[in-house]
Write a protein that binds this ligand. Structure first.
Ligand SMILES: [Cu+2]
Length: 173
């Protein structure tokens, strides 16, 4: 999975240039077959399974969001950021070795091409939701939005689980 992420930074320029070219050609050429209409809050080809938010054992401490993402769109994209409606802020986190310790850090941009599957799970990639609202209770839902290169967004609901809930998934170590 790791080598998927290394191309992230390099793709930044390519994607920005590509989008500009795409926008220009749209106005220039109206005989092209129309792309399927993009629904707000949905990225064509992206599916999210098993979305869940695991609260911290200490109320008010950051919560983690996990899910399985599959992308089957034709356009190459990069996940830029994630937001949680019921949290003060959110960051894409991954685990990596830093200062001789394995610890959480901001994730590199995550490139998506047709067929990419990315598992956000305990001990690996996750969305860290800071300052979670006190309204987030086990059994409730959190609204999560992923933003990709070009500004497209994908919004989904994640079930809220208590700290230590076994449905958080992922084996230790
Ligand atoms: Cu984290």
């Amino acid at each position: 999975m790791n080598n998927t992420f290394q191309t992230g930074r390099r793709m930044k320029h390519m994607i920005n240039g590509g989008l500009l070219a795409a926008a220009l050609s749209l106005t220039a050429c109206s005989s092209e077959p129309e792309a399927p209409a993009e629904e707000a809050g949905t990225i064509p080809g992206m599916t999210i399974e098993n979305p869940r938010m695991v609260l911290n054992a200490i109320e008010g401490n950051p919560a983690a969001v996990y899910f399985d993402l599959k992308y089957e769109g034709d356009r190459g994209l990069t996940i830029r950021k994630a937001e949680v409606a019921q949290a003060g802020s959110a960051t894409l986190h991954d685990y990596g070795e830093y200062d001789f310790k394995v610890q959480m850090m901001e994730a590199l941009p995550i490139p998506l091409t047709n067929g990419t599957e990315v598992e956000f799970k305990p001990g690996a990639l996750h969305v860290m939701a800071f300052e979670p609202s006190a309204d987030l209770k086990p059994g409730g839902t959190a609204e999560v939005t992923i933003t990709v290169s070009g500004g497209g967004t994908h919004t989904f609901d994640a079930e809220v689980l208590a700290a230590g809930d076994e449905r958080a998934g992922g084996e230790e170590g």
